[in-house]
Write a protein that binds this ligand. Sequence first.
Ligand SMILES: NC(=O)c1ccc[n+]([C@@H]2O[C@H](COP(=O)([O-])OP(=O)(O)OC[C@H]3O[C@@H](n4cnc5c(N)ncnc54)[C@H](O)[C@@H]3O)[C@@H](O)[C@H]2O)c1
Length: 365
Amino acid sequence: MSSTLYSLHVDLPSGGIDRSYPIVIGHGVLGDGEGFAELLGDSPVVLVSNDTVAPLYMSRVRDALGKGRKVTEVILPDGEDQKHLESANQIWQKALEDHHERRSVFIALGGGVIGDLTGYSAACFLRGVDFIQLPTTLLAQVDSSVGGKTGVNHPLGKNMIGAFHQPRAVLIDLDSLKTLPDREFAAGVAEIIKYGCIWEPDFYHWLLQNSDALLTRNNDVLAEAIHRSCGIKAAVVAQDEREGGLRAILNFGHTFAHAIEHVMGYGVWLHGEAVACGMVMAAKISAARGQVSEDMVTGLISFLEAFGLPVEPPPAMSAEVFLNAMAGDKKVLRGKIRYVLLERLGCACLVEDVTTEEINQILMK
Ligand SMILES: NC(=O)c1ccc[n+]([C@@H]2O[C@H](COP(=O)([O-])OP(=O)(O)OC[C@H]3O[C@@H](n4cnc5c(N)ncnc54)[C@H](O)[C@@H]3O)[C@@H](O)[C@H]2O)c1
């Protein structure tokens, strides 16, 4: 039995066709045969997962897709280091061998790696087929599955090859979080508090008040946190689908985070862990500029620490190391490093004038 707790829509400017799509949040969603039948009709499916998530959830989804449907399963090795063109090629190979067609739908069952990879494969297959996101990590549920950024890594940079390709639906099964390791859960929490920082002070305070319940994965609190996060991401994406401006505020903490991930080697710090530290750095600079209070920074640090998230950068990373690493980021525009700071709590701004001195100051604190 499935129960839907929340459903919302990502409304996109039409351009002649309706590209808006639903986000459904509930229990038992992965096994909801009626829900899949309604979304898919009799479309054939390419179901992509990895060798960690597939043993846990693949058969549930497979059963829900129904016996009469053609389903090609692709199970890739787990890991960020598998998010490359050769994995996309494996998906295309299987899809072609099984004679999939334009009305076939790709389904991503897994975290952000599988979501990004499957979405990109769908964007390119036969010049673009539909895909559905079944995100199973907290990070993927509140962030990567929504918004249509898809892609793979290149030896010369993370997420450097990709496409904007919006899913047909995002189906979030809260039950899948029961098997998620604590460290991965915490990485998702970092992205959740980000939304409160940049968009909604009420949500920020609500999270601080409910941190204990979130820590114990209380169902109601978790569902509400995911719902509110998806609502904010949907609102931002609806206004700026291709990151011409506003969408860049979602990168709060990410400029510093990408530098940490790059210097430490990808996978040493989880993305959400690096974002947690990056948000603290950006909040400290905002506080030093008098834009948010020191209390706000302290509150953010305590919240993140409760989840075991890092709030200090690696000791070996000086301002110069950060600047060098950030100069190679794809967020650099016309040679300038762009930072997302807080103009005030709940309102982010994009700036290019952060100085080496300011970074030195926060590293010394
Ligand atoms: N497209 C976007 O807008 C966007 C935004 C943020 C991040 N990303 C990308 O997302 C990726 C990170 O996503 P992630 O944090 O979900 O990592 P991930 O996909 O690597 O998943 C983390 C780990 O959890 C495992 N896992 C997944 N679901 C599980 C479950 N229910 N139970 C037990 N284990 C489970 C995975 O197999 C993996 O080992 C990165 O590649 C990043 O670039 C994309």
